[in-house]
Design a protein around this ligand. Sequence first.
Ligand code: MG
Length: 371
Amino acid sequence: MKISGITVWQIELPLSKPYWLSGGRLKFEAIDSTFVRIDTDEGISGWGEGCPWGHTYLPAHGPGLRAAIGVLAPALVGRDPRALDDINRAMDLQLPGHPYAKSPLDIACWDIIGKMSGEPLWRLLGAEKAAAVAVNSSISTGSPEEMIALIHDASAKGYRTHSAKIGGIDITADIERIDAISAALPEGEQVTFDVNRAWTPGVALQVLNAVSARDWIEQPCETLEQSALFASKVPQPIMLDECLHSFQDHLEAWRVGICQGVKVKPNRVGGLTRARHIRDFGVSVGWQMHIEDTGGSAFADTATLHLAASTPDANRLASWLCHAHLAIDPVPGQGARNSAGLVRVGDAPGVGVTPDPSLLGDPVAAYGDVA
Ligand code: MG
């Protein structure tokens, strides 16, 4: 089997309402998504989606993703899409780094393997049975009262795990947010306080030793090295997200003993092949993981949920669904959706979501022979 052609679409995904991260320093109103379809000489096609969360969240952005695909795609035409490790090595040889651009191409190859074998991705990712995955809310930065109101709204929709976005230079405001939200949390529900890199190590030490909350603290500082300066001096479990780009970064986080959990996001690390290596490493060292993507439609959410649904219960926390924040739905009627706080992937082969090209507009690029 050979890749015969690759087609690329771009679609702007407006959020249903503006969203603030990192104490309000980062604002998002729309995200830029890229869909790819890989066609093969045997008539089977696979789909992938790559969608950075804006351009201020990670060293990634929509136009950059498509420019990188322009470099990567010609090197993949003619190759066997089933040879995932060779596909990823070929992409790394063609363009070092840029994992976010490789992710949709890697996922499309996984989709092809699933369709060829008749198996859903969760089975190919190692599970006997797909778990029902808890979904977590994502609570935009605001005053404690505003954030608690959003948590109560999410609880009413069945969410039992929340990601509350905090962070900033006002130490008192963060101490108030953390303790007020932790105290107001409905019985049996969990919260992670996601700082999105906003603190310096000194601020982290001050805030985390002042609060009485013992909930997870996520990505407190910009870098792994900064988090290492205080991680052993605070009582809360630490989760890392944006500072982890490669398997080596995860190995370093474990070696230094910085965190008890990580976010595994295929778009941040280069696709499902790399995300699976990291998930398996995380299981072996006892990390607890949120497995979700950086952004995108129900396609991107579903592709990643196959990895979440194939992860042992003890190592899986919850997954965020980006599509729940969008004003439009490019894959209507398809994909995993929130049902009273749980989400399930189906048994359809591959990702189990086949986008309708007529809903994506005209292709923006094509490589090789495309259908
Ligand atoms: Mg995060």
